[in-house]
Design a protein around this ligand. Structure first.
Ligand SMILES: [Zn+2]
Length: 182
């Protein structure tokens, strides 16, 4: 157990470096995937426009919209809908930044809100849905499958970057070809 913890700490330090390389892009129907490997640990991070994840990019304004966001977060527990590595890999962690960003576990704003800007709340806000998975793989990983398109409405392209022990690379993956070989 301790060994695993040490590995995760070292791994997180490496991730801190890789995050600097990320461009902050937000183009509807296009998402980004960052893959990093250290030893047997593989970390896969998705950033997709929220509009492709659950159809809007503002905070939920009613219970129905809250449920839509929660439904998307729930779908992440079936990680194979988004990412498939070889059978030698087991999921050891998953994370999402959606619940906090969209405040789905907080009370909805009261109807009589102090501000009168509620109607304009979709003024040029563009938010991503970010989520990640960490796997422990007992053998090398040469390719991955990204079936995420079928769960991300209208998404047609994922820009993938990777940093593995074999080197760095980048590729575009389209919704008609979802397997990526390093
Ligand atoms: Zn947007």
């Amino acid at each position: 157990m301790n060994l695993t913890k040490i590995k995760i700490v070292a791994f997180s330090a490496m991730l801190g470096l890789s995050i600097n390389a990320k461009a902050n892009v937000h183009v509807h129907d296009q998402g980004e995937v960052f893959i990093s490997q250290q030893g047997s640990m593989w970390h896969i991070e998705f950033a997709v426009p929220a509009i492709n994840a659950f159809g809007f990019e503002h905070l939920p304004e009613n219970l129905q919209q809250q449920d839509i966001v929660k439904g998307f977060v729930d779908s992440l527990s079936s990680h194979k809908r988004y990412i498939q590595l070889g059978s030698d890999c087991s999921l050891i962690a998953s994370n999402e930044g959606i619940s906090d960003l969209y405040q789905v576990n907080k009370a909805l704003p009261a109807h009589k809100h102090e501000h009168h800007h509620d109607q304009d709340s979709d003024e040029a806000t563009h938010l991503n849905a970010s989520f990640s998975f960490t796997f422990d793989c007992q053998s090398g990983v040469n390719s991955i499958k990204l079936p995420a398109f079928s769960s991300l409405n209208e998404l047609n392209k994922l820009s993938v970057q990777w940093i593995t022990e074999q080197g760095q690379g980048a590729a575009q993956v389209y919704n008609d070809q979802t397997e990526l070989t390093f």
